[in-house]
Design a protein around this ligand. Structure first.
Ligand code: PLP
Length: 370
């Protein structure tokens, strides 16, 4: 079988936890001719990409740029530059990505104090703030993609005292409001393949001057050392090679951010909100039960209990396989303690359209009966 015949010739509807469908303008950007990574034309596009990221993160932070790596590289960069050996690090854990933050902080030698909430429930901001009298870093996930729950990072950042707050906005950025400066978040990283509507490969990051002044002295990472990278990405004369930027990915992110800002950031939030609520109402109409409580339920990532009454001999994995093979729709399985018992349905980026929601609801009705 040739390579090309294995690649589906029609688009999947990507309604898993990520990647989402990229905007068409984004895919067109991949066709732009290659530029060198120090070519002034490329640096101008990189600078404009960083400006667009500032608009989407709602920040003035000078150090704002796309890290060359996926969301996890942003997570690692955020923590490797702020977590010192032995320093108290409070990490909120109510899902897989809080656990990942916690594990990275542990590997960096941080004295990790976990504040847990059950999967499917939000963190209690007061509990996070009371966990240690003077933490050096507080790390939290804004939108927990493993559970569909929104954590109140704003309340946590407002009460942080002298700590640096590191917020994971991988699944929230452009999907629900994120206001880095208003909320006083010190470091935040995201990912391209969720609500930004760009393929996976870059991790936008933004860092306050306060956080920069407190970067740990001897970072264990060279590639993700933000002081070294800043010599290449900061908008000034005389920029020096650090590593070769993934040029085409930067073109793609530049285009995706352009689409979002042209639509309007608030309009993008509204579209995600409307599609998410349409999906959630439709799932309930099919008799399915949503996992996340309404007050902290994300519109862009819905967790729903697998119905107990599937047709005889049909497993939850069979349902997902049929959706994929017969209808070209991908949804996600549960992970961790929710493996096998929930589905995770994304409505992010270009995927967040009423027609996709209706397509999925109709297909699901045919597969599970309802
Ligand atoms: C997807 C995701 C990540 C990890 O991003 P990768 O691109 O898979 O490395 C981190 N945090 C959250 C909340 C995510 O949803």
């Amino acid at each position: 079988m040739s390579y090309l015949s294995r690649v589906p010739q029609t688009d999947r509807v990507l309604m898993g936890p990520g990647p989402s469908n990229p905007y068409p303008e984004v895919m067109a950007a991949f066709l732009r001719p290659m530029l060198g990574h120090l070519d002034p034309e490329f640096l101008a596009i990189l600078d404009e990409t960083s400006d667009r990221l500032r608009a989407v993160f709602q920040t003035q932070n000078r150090l704002t740029f796309p890290i060359s790596g996926t969301g996890s590289a942003g997570m690692e960069a955020a923590l490797a530059n702020t977590v010192d050996e032995g320093a108290p690090v409070v990490v909120g854990v109510n899902g897989m990505f809080g656990e990942r933050m916690s594990e990275i902080a542990r590997r960096l030698g941080g004295n990790v104090i976990q504040v847990a909430a059950p999967w499917g429930e939000p963190l209690d901001p007061d509990e996070v703030l009371r966990a240690h009298p003077s933490p050096s870093v507080i790390a939290v996930v804004h939108a927990e993609t493993s559970t569909g729950v929104r954590n109140d990072v704003e309340a946590i950042a407002r009460g942080k005292g002298d700590a640096l707050v590191v917020a994971d906005t991988v699944t929230s950025l452009a999907g629900i409001p994120v206001a880095i400066d208003d909320w006083d978040i010190d470091v935040s990283y995201s990912g391209t393949q969720k609500c930004l509507g760009v393929p996976p490969g870059l991790s936008p990051i933004t860092v306050s001057d306060r956080a920069r002044s407190r970067f740990v002295a001897d970072r264990s990472t060279w590639y993700l050392d933000l002081s070294l990278i800043s010599g290449y990405v900061e908008q000034r004369a005389g920029r020096a090679y650090h590593h070769t930027a993934p040029i085409s990915m930067v073109f793609a992110l530049h285009a995706g951010l352009g689409v979002i800002l042209e639509e309007g950031l608030e309009a993008s939030w509204r579209r995600h909100e409307e599609c998410g609520r349409q999906l959630q109402a439709g799932l309930e109409e099919l008799g399915l039960a949503l996992v996340a409580p309404a007050a902290c339920r994300l519109p862009q990532l819905t967790t729903v209990h697998v119905p107990r009454s599937l047709p005889a001999g049909v497993s939850e994995a069979d349902v997902r396989r049929t959706l994929l093979e017969r209808y070209g729709i991908e949804i996600g399985a549960g992970v961790g303690p929710m493996a096998g018992t929930v589905w995770r349905i994304g409505c992010m980026g270009h995927t967040a359209r009423p027609r996709n929601v209706e397509l999925l609801l109709g297909a699901l009705r045919e597969v599970i009966g309802g």
